[in-house]
Design a protein around this ligand. Structure first.
Ligand code: F6R
Length: 591
């Protein structure tokens, strides 16, 4: 399951701490939630419900140790029964991940007379624990984990051990945390940052025991020394300054760009100089919005004639990599650094000997620890499920990386790199388009669907604009290369159908205009976004949006801004919550 888990040992207010941690996990997307508290007398008290974390409020559950969960259903529908924690005998358990051999294990347990109360794969684990237990809590968890295949982050309570939690990790994220009077394990660094003052990553195959201290053990049961690092200010959880998180995060884009650029200036790229200079091929893999950023990077490197560049969604990467090997550079882009498909693609690239570069927004994420060289975006915590400011920051990191690559190969940075410093200010200028985009959203709110068009460097931006509208406004929207429409999709264009086109490349102005003329001739409502006043004045478009001026290669960082805002307005006008899109989770930790 793609869920959030939390475990907390606390002198006081454990129940309240669990609920506030679960509220911090809410942004990841979920459909049910639950907590279980263990009292000093060894009594397990559970409350779990379909729906929001707020449904768990009520009479305080007593206990100084507790576990909590937000569930995003995979095995079994959202229901009170399928919600975690799951209980069996002396044990209560929360689980994030997927137990791939759960069917065989379940059959074995059914044959032994076990009765299951839920449809989840996770319940298998708590029942196995109850069977394996002979008085050694950590021993039982280790024994059961050795039988599991798939991915998991687990937190477990045992009524014989009040004041103790055992947690385990394989393939799903887990971090330990400490604050005055409280110890934590959690699946999510941003969610823990508001609670814990110190953090410590847990590696795959490790076990954690929380009691009077945090103790970490390797798969062989040997205690591992691990340093805690203080939570950095940029890791602290965000608060909403304006309306929804998404509105706030769009408003933060200039600051995110400023912080990211400052971080890049402080980054020493020398350790990867050799790999970049000698790169035979560059491969990029990412998902969703991050994939669109990777596409822009690949386009830029290809345009500069750097070397062969291949870009793929992470889930498809493994089918497209017959040639990846030593001397190749693999770039993985992920806001969370925890996306399972991207991690898998990175592991595959690493196993073939490629040099790995990661671009992540979360310090100490799994990806940042897997790669040879990590580039930190400093967009700040992104809480809204739909990515906005992290996309702009990803583009800046990727373009900066491209400039470094060109520098290492040719001894000179490209001319456009010098203009990156103006991006935060130019992003602020983009806010001037918001009035117009708001009016456009009001006009198009009842549309049945829409197209976004772009050619060359504008195509990833068109794809991103369409993705944003699909996910948060729940409206059919597709992004196409402007030249492709007449090869099929033009059939969908009818009277009033909205078509939003981007045109930021001078050499392609007239070609994109041709595409607009084609759709307009079929009755479409045409919108054109460009930084060229001349192109706008000559265009047949019904609505024309003037973008700020910046050199062409950097345009994608800015041209997406009006589209991000437009999607957010569409979502609000259509009565939706842009922070919590239907069926979606922030961090997709299952393949
Ligand atoms: C869309 C969105 C997703 C993510 C994708 C990858 O708005 O947010 O498409 O971009 O799930 O997530 P990360 O970047 O965390 O790997």
């Amino acid at each position: 399951m793609m869920c959030g888990i939390i475990g907390c040992i606390s002198g006081e207010n454990c129940y309240e701490k669990l609920l506030s941690s679960l509220a911090r996990l809410e942004y990841r997307g979920y459909d049910s939630a639950g907590v279980c508290l263990l009292s000093e007398e060894g009594v397990l008290r559970v409350r779990k419900k379909k729906g929001y974390v707020s449904n768990l409020a009520g009479k305080r559950l007593a206990g100084g140790a507790g576990i909590g969960h937000t569930r995003w259903a995979t095995h079994g529908k959202p229901s009170d029964e399928n919600a975690h924690p799951h209980l069996c005998g002396k044990f209560a358990l929360v689980h994030n991940g997927i137990i791939e051999n759960y069917a065989a294990l379940k059959e074995e347990l059914l044959a032994a007379g076990e009765v299951f109360l839920s449809e989840t794969d996770s319940e298998v684990v708590v029942r196995l624990l109850s069977h394996a237990y002979r008085g050694d809590f950590l021993g039982a968890v280790r024994e059961v984990c050795a039988r599991l295949s798939g991915s998991y982050a687990l937190a477990v309570l045992c009524s014989d051990f009040p004041g103790e939690i055992v947690a385990a990790r394989k393939g799903s994220p887990l971090v330990a945390g400490a604050a005055k009077g409280a110890l934590y394990v959690c699946s999510d660094v941003p969610a823990l940052c508001g609670e814990a003052e110190f953090l410590c990553p847990v590696e795959d195959g490790e076990f954690v025991v929380l009691s009077d201290a945090v103790r970490i053990y390797d798969a062989q049961g040997r205690q591992v020394e691990r340093a805690f690092s203080r939570v950095k200010s940029e890791q602290r959880a965000a608060s909403v300054a304006e309306g929804t998180f998404m509105q706030s995060e769009i408003a933060q884009i200039p600051r995110a760009l400023r912080d990211t650029l400052a971080g890049l200036e402080d980054t020493d790229f020398a350790p990867c100089a050799r790999a970049l200079r000698g790169a035979k091929r560059v491969w990029c893999a990412a998902c969703g919005t991050a994939y669109h950023a990777a596409l822009s990077f690949a386009d830029l490197l290809a345009e500069e004639g750097f070397c062969d560049v291949f870009c793929s969604t992470s889930s498809e990467f493994r089918y497209k990599t017959p040639l990846i090997g030593e001397k190749d550079v693999f770039v993985a882009v992920s806001q969370s650094g925890e996306t399972a498909d991207t991690l898998e693609a990175a592991r595959l690239a690493k196993s073939r000997g490629a040099y790995l570069i990661g671009i992540t927004n979360v310090a100490d994420s799994s990806l940042s620890r897997l790669v040879h060289f990590n580039i930190a975006m400093r967009a700040g915590p992104e809480i809204a499920v739909a990515a906005t400011k992290s996309y702009n920051a990803q583009l800046v990191c990727l373009f900066y990386l491209a400039a470094q690559m060109l520098f290492f190969k040719r001894g000179a940075v490209p001319g456009w790199a010098g203009e990156m410093v103006s991006l935060p200010e130019k992003a602020e200028e983009c806010f001037r388009t918001f009035g117009q985009m708001s009016a456009l959203a009001a006009k198009l709110r009842a549309a049945k669907g829409m197209f976004f068009l772009g050619r060359n460097a504008d195509l990833p931006t068109a794809l991103e604009g369409a993705l944003k509208v699909r996910e948060i406004a729940c409206l059919f929207a597709e992004g196409y290369p402007a030249g492709e429409l007449k090869h099929g999709s033009l059939a969908l264009v009818e009277e009033g159908f909205p078509v939003l086109a981007l045109s930021t490349r001078e050499a392609l102005f007239s070609k994109t205009e041709n595409a607009l003329a084609e759709v307009r001739a079929r009755g479409a409502y045409a919108v054109l976004l460009s930084q060229s006043e001349e192109v706008l004045s000559r265009s047949c478009a019904d609505c024309k949006v003037l973008l700020p001026q910046v050199c062409a290669p950097l345009m994608p960082v800015l041209s997406v801004l009006p589209l991000q805002y437009f999607a957010c307005r569409m979502s609000l006008l259509r009565g939706m919550d842009p922070d919590k899109p239907r069926n979606l989770a922030k961090s997709v930790t299952v393949e």
